[in-house]
Structure formats: C-alpha cells, structure tokens
Design a protein around this ligand. Structure first.
Ligand code: PLP
Length: 404
C-alpha cells in the first residue's frame, strides 16, 4: 500500500512548542482530567472578550464582506493602519506599503519565503517566538540565534549580534515587546541595533504585536522610527491588544529606505497576491479596533487584571527556592529560570512533562523557544487569579521534591 510522509522540507524545521508534552496534556484532558493550562497566549478562553463595538461592527459589515478584497487589504483597514504608522512615527510609509494578513503568522511566513534563498542567514533572538525560526528554516534559510541577556532585563546582547553576522546575513528580527520574556527593549539598545543593521546593510523585521500591552508606564519605541535610511518591516495585529486572536487580524508595514528593497517588495507583492487576500470580515474591524476606546488599557493599568496577575505570579515564583524570574514589562508571559543543579535538570522537556504528570500543570519548556540551555520555562499569566494561585501552589509543591 502506498503511504505518505511529510515533506523533507519539514525535517529541519524547529517548532517544538507542540510536541509530546502538549500531546500528553490533550490526552489527559480528553480523559476528563483537569489540566491547568499556562502554555498558550490565547486570551479568549480566560474570560478576555473582544470589545462589544468590534463584534457589532463585524456583524454589521458581514454582508458586504463576502468577496475577495484587494490582496493587500481593504482601503479603510489600510488607512487606519497607515494612521497608526504615522502616530508611531514610521518613516516613508504610503498606502501601498501596508498589507493585512490572516494574523501576523501568515505575514511572517510570507516575508521569509519571499526573502531567503538556501543558506541565507537571518538573525533571530533566543529566546524567540518560534514561528520565526520555523518559517525562516522552511524557506530554506538558516536561523542564527543571538542571545538576549537575562541580567540586562532580557535586552538583546549586542556583542553576540555582532559576532554572529556573516556575509550571508540578510536580516535581523527584533521581537519587542518580547514573547516569551515580556521584555521591552531600551531605546538605547534599539538605536545600537539600528547602527549594527546600518553597518551590515541588514533588513530589520520588527514583530511588535504586543506594542499596546505595556505595564508600569513603560513606553514602546518602534525600531523602524529610528531607521529612516534602512528597510524595515513592522508587524502588528489585533490578536493580543484586542484579545481577538481567533479573528485572525494582522498587518505589516514596509518603511524607510524602499529603494534598496524594490526587488524584495516585488516578491512580497507576488506572494500576497497568491493568497488572494486576508479574511475580509476581519479586515472590516481594523478601523474600529485601532482607534477610539482601547479596552485593553484597563487590563494593563496598575490595578488592571493582567498587571495584577503578573505581579502575583512574579512574587510567587521568586519566593520558590530554585526559581528566579525577571519581572516582565509587557505582554502576558514570563520566562523563569530554574536552578538546574538543585533539581538536577538535564532535559527541560522532561521537566515540563513531569510537572504535567505529577501536578497537572502545563507550561512550555525554554528550549521550545530556541533557548540554548535546559534551564527556563514559560508561563502565560492570562488565566484567572484563582487558577494561577492553584498552579503556583502545585509548582511550589512539585519543586519541593523534584529531582530529575
Ligand atoms: N508574534 C508574536 C511575538 C507572538 O507571540 C504571536 C502569537 O503568540 C504572533 C506573532 C502570532 O500572532 P497572530 O495571532 O497575529 O498570528
């Protein structure tokens, strides 16, 4: 009998946020066990709802959203994004430079496919949001990871970036605010990354999907605003800032020096046309969501739900012997460090698996984010405080006896 195996192109793709731990959790849930899921940045299941006005406007526009749109997106959505680009001071952006996508995910894939030839290198942070590594690899490129420094509030290590540039390096990816660390990069660091990119003639890809989820009064700077003479692509969307990940609304903005990227932009346009267009009902709410009342702000003020949940988790984690964690400034993730000597941890996936089996708490191991050591894991602090309390109690109990 003929059997089918997956394409060999997938053999080198690093994308281990799924894998045996999640599969075991799914199996346990299907058996009726109650697993506390701290593994996924999907706000809706945890009681975060889209603003009513957004739901209303999507319903209102449904009848008129049945056909394909312009492959870059409908005018009103792109206009709203264009105005957003103006407020964020992105230089040299015209309506033609804005693309909507079925989430940022689709656009990351598209940009990597349009750019990378076999063996071309792209600098990606470690830890990263692993889709970047997966898409770069699938496109035939080589993901080269530069370190972010936990001692420096998880800012990128500039020396490591410099060290890893070769004559095949085409671009650098900046994820700011960062998933999984929750870091917001210092403006000075961004300026220095721009200097490096300028010196080595790199494209900057800026994934800024959490740019409206900042706490403690921190300000976010779009790196593209500091680089008018470089070609930059900035990504954002509504999945996180508006808690509507399921609607699949993302966009990208090309800015700065477009003369150096004319051919690449042709490639982007070609791939965008090949997928015809992004979900049109979803595009119809971009204007409503981006402007006017921003309900997400109520979550990230000092007494807001996300801030309170973060503070609770960070205090609890830092009080557990053998764990330390840098306080995140944005998004809804933290990336705690484990004392691997104390717990004899050699394999962080085994740690996540054992925690799941013993305590029914699901987290993601640090190596799932292309972190090179087996000494971190990621927690999503979106679940209700009562769930987080239970999860922290269980984690504390687990680490009181765990020895790998
Ligand atoms: N970029 C980062 C840094 C993310 O954390 C995520 C989702 O978790 C995405 C992109 C994907 O977003 P979207 O829902 O727009 O595809």
């Amino acid at each position: 009998m003929r059997t089918f195996s997956k394409s060999s192109k997938l053999d080198n793709v690093l994308y281990d946020v799924r894998g045996p731990v999640v599969e075991e959790a799914d199996r346990m849930i299907s058996e009726g066990q109650n697993v506390l899921k701290l593994n996924i940045g999907n706000p809706a299941p945890f009681g975060f709802n889209a603003p009513e006005e957004v739901i209303h406007d999507m319903a209102h526009n449904l009848r008129e959203s049945q056909g394909y749109s312009n492959s870059k997106g409908i005018w009103a959505a792109r206009k709203a994004i264009m105005q957003y680009a103006q407020i964020r001071r992105l230089p040299n952006v015209s309506m033609d430079d804005i693309y909507t996508g079925n989430g940022v995910s689709e656009l990351i894939n598209l940009c990597m496919s349009a750019l990378l030839d076999d063996g071309d290198e792209i600098l990606i942070p470690a830890p990263d949001y692993p889709l970047w590594t997966a898409c770069a690899t699938l496109a035939g490129g080589k993901a080269v990871h530069y370190l972010c420094d936990e001692q420096a509030d998880w800012n990128p290590d500039l020396g490591d970036i410099e060290k890893k540039i070769t004559d095949r390096t085409k671009a650098i990816v900046i994820i700011n605010p960062n998933n999984p660390t929750g870091a917001v990069y210092d403006r000075d660091v961004l300026i220095r990354i721009v200097e490096i990119a300028r010196r080595h003639e790199l494209i900057i890809f800026a994934d800024e999907i959490y740019d409206r989820l900042l706490m403690d009064g921190y300000q976010h700077t779009s790196i593209a605003s500091l680089a008018p003479d470089l070609f930059c692509v900035t990504f954002s969307g509504l999945s996180k800032s508006h808690m509507i990940a399921g609607f699949r609304v993302g966009w990208m903005i090309l800015s700065g020096n477009k003369r150096v990227a004319e051919d690449y932009m042709e490639g982007i346009k070609m791939l965008s046309s090949m997928r015809l267009c992004s979900n049109v009902p979803a595009q119809s709410i971009v204007q409503t969501a981006l402007w006017g009342n921003q309900s997400v702000e109520t979550y990230v003020v000092p007494e807001g739900r996300v801030t309170k949940q973060r503070d609770y988790c960070i205090d609890r984690l830092n009080s557990i012997p053998g764990i330390s964690v840098v306080k995140p400034k944005a998004a809804f993730y933290c990336f705690p460090k484990l004392d691997v000597e104390k717990f004899h941890i050699k394999d962080d996936m085994q740690f996540a698996y054992d925690l799941l089996k013993d305590e029914r708490v699901l987290v993601v191991q640090g190596t799932g984010f292309n972190w090179p050591e087996n000494d971190h894991f990621r927690i999503v602090y979106l679940p209700m405080l009562t769930t987080l309390q239970e999860a922290m109690d269980k984690l504390e109990h687990f680490l009181s006896y765990y020895h790998q």
